[in-house]
Design a protein around this ligand. Structure first.
Ligand SMILES: [Zn+2]
Length: 58
């Protein structure tokens, strides 16, 4: 089972989505996207925990 996330699911007006074989690999992609496109989102442990709740299995 792969892991998937989309910015739409986070309530963002953004068409980005990504998937990866593992949560750890997906988190790398998410962090790159947040740093590039959502600089207002701080990658604090609390926010990372919230982001992880949005990850789906596909
Ligand atoms: Zn986005």
């Amino acid at each position: 089972m792969a892991k998937s996330i989309s910015c739409h699911d986070a309530g963002k007006n953004c068409d980005w989505s990504a998937n990866a074989p593992t949560e750890a690999e997906l988190m790398v992609k998410i962090e790159e996207h947040v740093k590039a496109e959502h600089k207002e989102i701080e990658l604090s442990p609390e926010n990372i925990a919230n982001i992880k709740t949005l990850i789906k299995e596909i």
